[in-house]
Ligand binder design. Structure first.
Ligand SMILES: Nc1nc2c(ncn2[C@@H]2O[C@H](COP(=O)(O)OP(=O)(O)OP(=O)(O)O)[C@@H](O)[C@H]2O)c(=O)[nH]1
Ligand SMILES: Nc1nc2c(ncn2[C@@H]2O[C@H](COP(=O)(O)OP(=O)(O)OP(=O)(O)O)[C@@H](O)[C@H]2O)c(=O)[nH]1
Ligand SMILES: [Mg+2]
Ligand SMILES: [Mg+2]
Lengths: 302, 280
């Protein structure tokens, strides 16, 4: 229409440009490819692109300005759009509640680690114990993986290194272990008790029910989904199933010391609302960092 | 899937989504789509059903191109040596338990080497598997140099008449140069103990992994002579489509798949079955 053309012409004279469909077409495609290569789930990519497109369309951005020395500086409209994407990613992934949720009032805060096989639960349980012990908290670990060969031994070794007690009873099943471990934590005045559970497939009904049973027996302040940063499209199926079964309060994204882009962080957030709380940055028990959305957003956008 | 009566953009969009969701990745997905569109423009595709059938064939071709040599379990001189490598938590130790069981049942005299001298309870874990498979384990001192454990195990195998040695190594990220060099050293030192060793180097990949698996395959192959892939955790919901990107980009074949946590949950890779499951 006349007014639109007139307005945009006036904008151009002043060094502004409106973000419109054709300007965004190509960069939207590039962002989509980048997110897919970063292992963000297909449906989540679609949703994210639609969201930022709606946000960006019609935005008037500055494409020509003068810097402090009076020299003309140009910024392409596409670059403005990439910044809008980056900021949106950060906003989405930023946790409303960083770190652990601590129990208000008496009694130990209970944290349960859950996730697929090999994602880093046992190691992360040790890392959390290390972090909070160093902050002066009294911590206890519960060895509730009774299936994997030497899983209990693995947690005991970590406990010994940290001088943190590991609750374990030969022959006892996970729901009882968690219930009695919690009781032991209460009796010994612990501030934090962490349940290490066995890796499991979301399609394993019996093992998913086991998590439900643990939840029935003990109030869980934090159920942390431990996710390998290298995970692909399966992140959504996995996160949804764990969330539906037992409720996920937060995520620990492990093995970020590698070069996996970590798109799972966005996927999990979009389908469960759970944010990454901690990042696993190595095998050592000190290699755990509080989550920084800014850093991961850049890594995912690539 | 065959509701649309014509080959149009929405069919290609549907195909793209299926391939991306299976973790084939952007590059391999677009290569397959392009080859379908070329076939269509040459009037080779009659209807959507034909498109899906052709897609299955082209996908299988990617796998057939890399061939399928069986795992080396017999060599002319001395024990056959199989080295197992991969990133942390992919399923190496468990897969070795399964392999030891299989080859022992097939009549081999198997020795397993506990060359992961780093991770908490790694040797204990492997020990349980060796007990289950009724196969001896060779272990070194705690925190010993992994290469020395490989060397000693092969020497022992030669001396005691084992015909198959399987080396378990520590998980490591391909981006860690120091650890990748450590792995190269294990291979070099194994060759010192027995020229030609390791005769088979299996890269263990987790089927839930996304595009990073391609980088893993590239970099592990730069450090050690990877000859095949073990694709684990295929009993889950992930499709493991990244092995197609690896087949087309790097040329590594999948030789075995892990389909569970029990000793018997190991199968030979069947390309036709894999493709069928991919589009299921
Ligand atoms: N590089 C790196 N390795 C990690 C990290 N977290 C865990 N690992 C390694 O990943 C492997 C698996 O870790 P575990 O803690 O055993 O994983 P898990 O989830 O308890 O495994 P299951 O109990 O079998 O399901 C081990 O080799 C760990 O040392 C991390 O942040 N970085
Ligand atoms: N469902 C399923 N789980 C598997 C399969 N293979 C291995 N696992 C599980 O994956 C987890 C990790 O297996 P490990 O054998 O410890 O892996 P790893 O590569 O030796 O780990 P690191 O030595 O710590 O690097 C364990 O819980 C295994 O039981 C499989 O084919 N299916
Ligand atoms: Mg564990
Ligand atoms: Mg191992």
């Amino acid at each position: 229409t006349i007014t639109k053309g007139f307005r945009s012409a006036r904008h151009r004279l002043q060094g502004y440009r409106e973000l419109d469909e054709e300007t965004l077409e190509e960069v939207l495609g590039d962002i989509r490819t980048s997110l897919l290569e970063a292992d963000v789930e297909v449906g989540v990519v679609k949703q994210f692109i639609a969201t930022v497109k709606t946000k960006a369309l019609g935005e008037v951005v500055r494409v020509r300005a003068e810097d402090a020395q009076g020299k003309t500086v140009r910024v392409k409209p596409q670059d403005h759009f990439v910044k809008i994407c980056h900021d949106e990613l950060v906003a989405l992934m930023e946790p409303d509640e960083p770190g652990l949720r601590w129990k208000q009032g008496k009694g130990p805060t209970v944290t349960m680690m859950v996730g697929l096989q090999g994602s880093g639960k046992t190691t992360s349980a040790g890392k959390l114990a290390n972090l909070f012990k160093s902050q002066g908290k009294k911590v206890m670990l519960v060895a509730a993986d009774v299936y994997r060969p030497a899983a209990i031994e693995q947690l005991k070794v970590l406990g010994q290194r940290l001088d943190v007690p590991v609750f374990s009873v030969p022959g006892m099943q996970p729901p009882d272990l968690c219930e009695q471990g919690y009781q032991q934590a209460v009796n010994t005045g612990c501030d934090l008790v962490i349940f290490d559970t066995a890796g499991r497939l979301t399609i394993d009904q019996a093992l998913m029910d086991e998590l439900g049973e643990i939840r029935r027996r003990v109030h869980l302040d934090n159920t942390l989904l431990v996710v390998d940063a290298m995970i692909g499209q399966d992140s959504v199926t996995t996160a949804k199933s764990f969330h539906d079964k037992v409720g996920i309060d937060g995520v620990i994204l492990t093995k970020l010391d590698g070069d996996a882009r970590g798109g799972a962080a966005l996927s999990v957030k979009m389908v469960t609302g759970a944010s990454v709380k901690f990042a696993g940055m190595g095998e050592g028990l000190d290699k755990l960092e509080p989550f920084r959305a800014e850093g991961l957003a850049s890594r995912i956008l690539g | 899937l065959f509701a649309g009566k014509q080959i149009d953009e929405s069919l290609y969009e549907e195909i793209e989504e299926v391939l991306l969701r299976a973790d084939l990745g952007v590059k391999t997905t677009h290569e397959l789509l392009q080859s379908l569109k070329d076939a269509s423009s040459r009037k080779e595709l009659a209807n959507p059903a034909h498109v899906w059938k052709t897609l299955r064939e082209k996908t299988q071709q990617l796998l057939d191109k890399v061939g399928q040599a069986p795992v080396v379990t017999r060599v002319a001189q001395g024990p056959a040596v199989i080295m197992v490598v991969g990133v942390n938590g992919s399923g190496k130790t468990t897969s070795i338990g399964k392999l030891a069981h299989r080859y022992s049942k097939e009549g081999h005299k198997v020795l397993v080497a506990a060359a992961d001298t780093f991770r908490a309870a790694a040797v204990d874990q492997l020990e349980v598997w060796c007990q289950r498979a009724d196969v001896p384990i060779h272990r070194g001192k705690e925190n010993a140099d992994p290469a020395s454990v490989c060397f000693a195990a092969i020497e022992r195998a030669k001396a005691e008449g084992f015909d198959l040695v399987i080396l378990d190594t520590a998980g490591r990220l391909h981006t860690n140069q120091g650890l990748m060099e450590e792995l190269s050293k294990c291979a070099r030192v194994s060759a010192k103990a027995l020229p030609g060793a390791p005769h088979e180097t299996l890269l263990v990949l987790d089927a839930t992994m996304g595009q990073n698996a391609v980088k893993q395959a590239e970099l592990f192959r730069e450090s050690v002579p990877v000859t095949g892939i073990v694709l684990t955790k295929l009993d889950g919901t992930a499709k493991g489509g990244v092995v197609l990107a690896i087949a087309s980009g790097i040329g590594l074949p999948v030789k075995l798949i892990g389909v569970g946590e029990k000793m018997s949950d190991l199968r030979d890779f069947d390309a036709a079955l894999f493709v069928e499951e991919l589009f299921d």
